[in-house]
Design a protein around this ligand. Structure first.
Ligand SMILES: *[C@@H]1O[C@H](CO)[C@@H](O)[C@H](O)[C@H]1NC(C)=O
Ligand SMILES: *[C@@H]1O[C@H](CO)[C@@H](O)[C@H](O)[C@H]1NC(C)=O
Ligand SMILES: *[C@@H]1O[C@H](CO)[C@@H](O)[C@H](O)[C@H]1NC(C)=O
Ligand SMILES: *[C@@H]1O[C@H](CO)[C@@H](O)[C@H](O)[C@H]1NC(C)=O
Length: 431
């Protein structure tokens, strides 16, 4: 957030691209008014037919699975790109043909597409914040130099002409990851490009564009991050849910915090409390009990970001005092065997007073693997990177819940009904 405002560069909030402990910047300056909601019936779309499935793959390093991604096509004839489906981001970002720092990623070649338009042609630097921690602590700013262009973009065989970012410079985090780029799935249809001159023109997000033009049967989408068969690490369903992927009777739906979700075009819910169960059968130790906190729910995030350092200390303190900061970038950890031994489930109560759900970050996801340069020391999943969600949202302490929570549930996202649903997956994870 600070970076975005200080340098007037484009920024994305989300795109958890960089190792087990990414960090993101808030792209929406506080002074921007909430977007107009527009005609909700239009947003619901005029599409028909069954929901569409996209198979997901997962990219990980070491024992940690980090990013779930799948195919998106660009141009005519369509060319396939492997993109992270990221509810913590708004835009789509891929590498340009002339990029010299984009590693071996699939490139976009405008000359090969009959549907390409160089318009609007704006240049923007997209900043993701520093990586920090993970397999190696780093304060390096992750970013990409990009141009906004227009071409046909397809998901699950449906396509629409859309604006997106094509980049001629990728920083190291983007370069080394398996997926070619990022496909944001925000809670509201419009997003903003942040340009060097300080302006922020609006654009229609691709997913919403497909909904509103009736090509996807509805606004709802759903993630399974469970490997239910070899070669498939999950399923993204567009325009509904896939009832073979969850136990329908277990679905619990909570309201989004709509003012915050809408003003940020992100998925924000209220956090009503957090509990750590210490010892078997004991009363859960209450970590917080207030309706003050909120969380971003982010499929592109590969950790759980706490609101502040005191919360992290208190949370780990319920497990062991030996879990301590590992670097200056918000990574915490302890000897690997100790971390595995003291790991505890952490239960969060999300939603409103009359519609809440308890969700659990399971203890088996506490240990995200050995920390680079520190043999025998493993990192914990709870992190507190500087200037991430530690910036309160509208004065409220903010968490970011990424895949370590989401992978234990079938999740259902609806930006028109303004809800988020959690259900028990139908399949045991084979991974
Ligand atoms: C790459 O191509 C784009 C589009 O033609 C152009 O705007 C950009 O300046 C080029 N970048 C480099 C490094 O040549
Ligand atoms: C973006 O462009 C600036 C200015 O040319 C350059 O200093 C920077 O290294 C570039 N960043 C990336 C990630 O390509
Ligand atoms: C949390 O606070 C609320 C309101 O102050 C109270 O009703 C509730 O019992 C508390 N929950 C726990 C587990 O202490
Ligand atoms: C964090 O904890 C320290 C030490 O207990 C305390 O002095 C400080 O006020 C706390 N900060 C917040 C924001 O609660």
């Amino acid at each position: 957030m600070l970076l975005c405002l200080a340098l007037h560069i484009g920024a994305v909030w989300g795109g958890a691209l960089f190792g087990p402990k990414p960090q993101r910047w808030d792209p929406v300056p506080q002074h921007l008014a909430p977007f107009q909601t527009g005609d909700v019936s239009k947003r619901r779309g005029g599409g028909h037919g069954p929901p569409l499935n996209i198979d997901l793959s997962v990219w990980g390093r070491g024992q940690t699975e980090l990013q779930w991604y799948g195919d998106i096509t660009v141009g005519m004839p369509p060319r396939k790109f492997k993109l992270i489906f990221d509810t913590g981001a708004g835009m789509m970002l891929i590498a340009d043909k002339n990029c010299t720092t984009c590693g071996s990623h699939t490139r976009y070649d405008a000359a090969l597409s009959s549907t390409y338009s160089p318009l609007p042609g704006w240049k923007t630097l997209v900043a993701f914040g520093s990586q920090g921690g993970g397999t190696s602590g780093s304060s390096e700013l992750q970013s990409a130099n990009c141009t906004v262009v227009t071409d046909a973009v397809g998901m699950a065989g449906r396509s629409v002409a859309s604006e997106f970012l094509v980049c001629d410079g990728y920083s190291s985090g983007l370069r080394i990851q398996d997926p070619d780029g990022l496909f944001g799935m925000p809670s509201t249809p419009p997003g903003n490009w942040f340009l060097a001159n300080g302006s922020a023109p609006e654009y229609k997000h691709i997913y919403w564009h497909l909904v509103e033009t009736g090509q996807i049967p509805g606004p709802e989408f759903a993630f399974s991050l469970v490997s239910d068969r070899p070669g498939r690490a999950g399923v993204l369903t567009l325009g509904g849910t896939d009832r073979s992927q969850y136990v329908p009777a277990t679905l619990r739906t909570i309201p989004l915090n709509w003012p915050l979700s809408e003003s940020r075009a992100r998925w924000v819910v209220d956090v009503r409390g957090a509990r750590v169960v210490v010892g078997s059968g004991s009363t859960p130790a209450l970590l917080t009990n207030s309706s003050d906190a909120v969380t971003l729910v982010d499929t592109g995030g590969s950790t759980i970001v706490t609101p502040d350092r005191n919360t992290t200390r208190e949370l780990y303190g319920r497990m062991s005092d030996q879990i301590q900061p590992l670097d200056d970038f918000g990574s915490w950890g302890a000897p690997c065997d100790l971390l595995d031994r003291v790991a505890r489930d952490v239960t969060f109560t999300l939603g409103s007073a009359d519609r809440s759900v308890d969700v659990v970050v399971k203890k088996k996801y506490l240990n995200v693997g050995e920390f680079a340069g520190r043999p025998g020391i493993c990192q914990g999943v709870y992190t507190d990177p500087e200037r991430a969600a530690r910036e309160p949202i509208n004065g409220r302490p903010a968490w970011i819940f990424g895949s370590p929570l989401l992978r234990s549930y079938y999740t259902v996202w609806d930006g028109v009904d303004r809800t988020l649903g959690f259900a028990t997956p139908a399949h045991r994870d084979l991974s």
